[in-house]
Design a protein around this ligand. Structure first.
Ligand code: HDE
Length: 486
């Protein structure tokens, strides 16, 4: 690095003579509008913030790589999963869900687990959470659900009445509510939690054979959680505790690692499985579809610049590569629209030109212009297709596999509605200590709810999942299980 002094310049490269004093008419005269350095500095300062993510605003990111330990070409032609030893650079962003950009890390909330693989076939984004399931199962309910997680429009405070009113009227949320109110609701650090693709996706191999797949990132640091008391203390004393822990661990070479596994379901099983495999509020039993190891993800490099690499990172479940395709999961389908729409609004139409989002392969298409077109806008190459001038042409082998659809076009509810078995199984899997903590957390969260009708409706769901679960929450709230439920 040359030790030549770098002179201060304006954004258009002109040298700045004085960065201490505004230009004025005499020492007490008015400031001169011709002080372009002053004007530019103040004006750019006003425009330093891009809109924060409407959910998952608070986050931390890291670079790393993914290495295949078990060849998956029998299931998928996606090159990042083909061939033991295949190594793909990646970037991950962890996040909370409901809090704003400056909110505390150690809140009870799912954690975003968004992975961008820079593969040799273009970017592949696996935008999951640290929970294998979610609260709702139709995208159309997401804005409503998130409204209840955010601030009351009148008081600007979090509103437990809204939270529990929505959940008690949405029984499909019971499984994820149990997960969230349990020990894993507050991870000890971002390194001591698992990650999941949550949805079902489709893998297709080179012969065009397809299977359904679910992703599981198992932390090699071991799952460790944080108690309510420690979390509350840290939220006050060090609201960026998780962010700091991840940065420091990588900085000192203690690289966090995860093993990636998948569950594989034969295509035809989807028609007979006892749960709807495309319902993201439900899991597939590991007995039915055991975990198969795929590879290892290692985080070994911190961002150089938070805004450039973390705030401007854009992930989408629709960023797919050949061999990986969506399933009919209604939440996944809705997300495929929503994320790129959010990126165009939050970062701009050309967000994929930014270094953190740019693929590490050549991009050839006929998209032109748009704000902040920071590349050469494809120069003077041919700008339409078809053409006779050697422009980029389609690659038919990359075609998404055709699949049959049936039924009338309509607003159709799910036809599998057992929301209690898996939530009850999760409760019964817990040790007595875990159950005691779960009940205490739920009772604490539900106490401020003003209307007993809402509490009783939610207690009925807990009771249907497991009578003991319902009884213990009812007792904690000083309420009795309604006779008609027993
Ligand atoms: Fe998101 N979600 N989400 N979400 N989500 C966003 O995209 C959305 C859902 C998740 O670090 C937004 O870029 C809809 C499930 C993560 O940048 C937005 C639905 C899961 C991140 C959005 C869901 C997630 C987001 C906000 C219901 C786990 C942060 C800004 C269909 C499987 C990614 C943005 C990052 C971010 C929409 C539900 C995870 C608004 C419509 C389920 C990890 O587009």
């Amino acid at each position: 690095m040359s030790n030549q002094i770098k002179h201060l310049t304006t954004s258009y490269g002109a040298p700045v003579a004085d960065n201490q004093n505004s230009m004025t008419a005499g020492s007490r005269g008015p400031t001169l509008i011709q002080d372009v350095h002053l004007l530019e500095k103040l004006a750019h300062f006003n425009r330093e913030r891009v809109p924060e993510r409407v959910v998952h605003a608070k986050g931390a990111g890291a670079h790393g790589y993914f290495k295949v330990t078990n060849d998956m070409s029998i299931y998928t032609k996606a090159k990042l999963f083909n061939g033991v030893g295949k190594t793909t650079p990646m970037f991950i962003r962890f996040s909370t869900v409901a809090g704003e950009l400056g909110s505390a890390d150690t809140v009870r909330d799912p954690r975003g687990f968004a992975v961008k693989f820079y593969t040799e076939e273009g970017n592949y984004d696996l935008v999951g959470n640290n929970t294998p399931i979610f609260f709702i199962r139709d995208a159309i309910k997401f804005p409503d659900f998130i409204h209840t997680q955010k601030r009351d429009p009148r008081t600007h405070l979090k509103n437990p009445n809204a939270i529990w009113d929505f959940w008690s009227l949405s029984p499909e949320s019971l499984h994820q509510v149990t997960y969230l109110m349990g020990d894993r609701g507050i991870p000890a650090t971002l390194r001591h939690m698992n990650g999941y693709g949550s949805h079902t996706f489709k893998w297709v191999n080179a012969q065009g054979e397809a299977v359904w797949v679910k992703y599981h990132f198992k932390t090699e640091q071991g799952v460790k959680n944080m108690s309510n008391d420690v979390a509350a203390k840290l939220a006050g004393e060090n609201p960026d505790y998780h962010t700091e822990d991840l940065f420091n661990a990588i900085e000192k070479g203690d690289f966090p690692k995860w093993k990636l596994y998948v569950q594989i379901m034969p295509l035809e099983d989807a028609n007979t499985y006892r749960f709807d495999p495309f319902d993201v509020t439900k899991v597939w039993s590991h007995k039915d579809y055991p975990l198969i190891e795929v590879g290892q993800m290692v985080l070994n490099r911190n961002p150089e610049n938070y805004f450039a690499e973390v705030e401007q990172a854009t992930f989408s479940p629709g960023t797919l590569v050949p061999g990986i395709e969506p399933s009919p999961d209604k939440m996944l389908q809705g997300r495929i629209f929503a994320y790129s729409d959010a990126h165009r609004y939050r970062v701009g139409a050309n967000h994929n030109l930014l270094p953190i989002n740019r693929p590490k392969v050549e991009v050839n298409n006929y998209q032109r212009d748009g704000q902040m077109r920071s590349d050469n806008n494809s120069g003077h190459s041919v700008y339409y297709e078809p053409n006779s001038f050697g422009g980029p042409t389609e690659l038919p082998a990359a075609k998404t596999t055709a699949f049959q659809v049936s039924g009338a076009a309509d607003s159709v509810p799910y036809d599998h509605n057992d929301h209690y078995t898996q939530a009850g199984d999760l409760y019964r899997l817990m040790t007595e200590e875990e159950r005691t903590r779960l009940i205490a957390t739920i009772v604490g969260a539900m106490k401020p709810v003003e209307r007993d009708e809402i509490k009783l409706r939610q207690i009925q769901h807990f009771f249907q999942a497991d009578p003991e679960y319902g009884e213990r929450v009812a007792n904690g709230l000083g309420l009795a299980i309604p006779q008609e439920v027993k």
